[in-house]
Design a protein around this ligand. Structure first.
Ligand code: SAH
Ligand code: SF4
Length: 343
């Protein structure tokens, strides 16, 4: 059987080159690209192409499509959480959140994750496979169609470690932000990483202009080694050095994620150590009360701990805020739905 090619992961220039091989002129490639951007899920929908041409394309290519398997809508806010599948075999989650400036979508980059962070539902369920650029695009297209809205901001904070799927993620970022594509402003896109240091240096060289979020979650190696195995490969000092480099080169503020776990990383001494290490860096700290995940035994920090952290960090000139929790009634944090799919 011939393996069909992934047409929606191609840049317009690549699509032009590919279709030139089957004697199609550039304007045809542009028409096809426009349909793909509009989110069609079959070649039959490309009504300005002849039937034989549509049939020919469908013998060579497939169009990735995120099918809605489950949809949960928050009653407290307008957060919507999706469980998508690709071909009924790959399952990932994504969340759409409404803010005053528009709709933000959190998408997945892998089915599962290899990184094994102890507090994370995705990490606990292991790794299945990388998503393609087209599968990342499809999550946005399906949600836009389903909700009749336009997504203006994207965060790569769903299932998976984006920098562990580097090439596909970069391709997705270029596609989703291109003028002839979905045209989402690159400054409205954030990528969150657990700290693959070599890839942070590579990312800086791409000159993309996205916001980098770094899941730090601990001020030192003792604590970080316990919760984030990646720290044994690149420790806190190496990670922060890469972050300083990234923010100095790009002149963009790094956003540090810090999930506060009761009695693990939320003491005043942790806040002081964090303040000392981040001092002088162009950055912001997002404090997140840890979401309880079955089997971890971790509990959310008390509100008083959050306030103390904000206060101590401010002495070091670091701004910190507690992230607003959206969709708390629908388990909006990722990894929890896919993990429970069969229950
Ligand atoms: N792999 C990337 C992006 C996906 S995880 C990363 O780790 O950054 C998205 C964010 O959710 C990360 O900041 C991650 O640390 C955080 N997270 C995972 N499990 C969590 C939990 N139980 N409570 C709070 N935040 C969690
Ligand atoms: Fe993977 Fe991020 Fe979860 Fe860690 S927190 S296991 S890197 S998805």
């Amino acid at each position: 059987m011939i393996k069909l090619k992934d047409i929606k992961s191609l840049y317009l220039s690549e699509l032009c080159d590919e279709l030139a091989v089957i004697d199609l002129p550039k304007f045809r490639a542009k028409q096809v690209f426009k349909w793909l951007t509009d989110g069609v899920t079959s070649f039959d929908e490309m009504t300005n192409l002849s039937l034989p041409l549509r049939e020919k394309l469908s013998r060579i290519y497939y169009i990735a499509n995120a099918q809605i398997e489950r949809k949960l809508e928050s009653k407290r806010d307008e957060t919507v959480k999706y469980l998508f599948s690709f071909g009924g075999t790959t399952f990932v989650e994504a969340v759409v959140m409404k803010y005053h400036h528009g709709y933000t979508m959190c998408i997945s980059t892998q089915e599962g994750c290899k990184m094994g962070c102890t507090f994370c539902a995705t990490g606990r369920n292991g790794f299945k496979r990388n998503l393609t650029a087209s599968e990342m695009l499809s999550q946005i297209q399906t949600a836009q169609k389903d909700l009749g809205i336009r997504i203006s901001n994207i965060v790569l904070m769903g299932m998976g470690e984006p920098l562990d799927n580097y090439d596909n993620v970069i391709r997705f970022l270029r596609l989703v932000s291109s003028d002839d594509g979905l045209n989402v402003g690159i400054r409205h896109i954030s990528l969150s990483t657990c700290g693959l240091v070599d890839k942070i240096y590579d990312l800086e060289k791409e000159n993309l202009g996205i916001t980098l979020s770094v899941s730090l979650h601990a001020p030192n190696d003792d604590i970080r080694n316990q919760t984030m195995p990646v720290n044994k490969r690149w420790n806190v000092d190496e990670l922060l050095k890469a972050c300083r480099y990234y923010s100095e080169k790009t002149k963009r503020r790094i956003s540090f994620e810090y999930a506060m776990i009761d009695g693990v990383n939320d003491g005043d001494e942790c806040a002081k150590e964090l303040g000392k290490k981040l001092k002088g860096m162009l950055c912001h700290v997002n404090l997140i009360p840890v979401n309880t995940v079955e089997g971890t035994g971790y509990k959310k920090s008390k509100i008083e701990r959050q306030k103390s952290f904000i206060n101590i960090l401010s002495h070091y000139g670091i701004t910190a805020t507690v992230r607003r929790t959206l969709g708390s009634d629908i388990n909006a944090s990722c990894g929890q739905l896919a993990g429970k799919r069969n229950q």
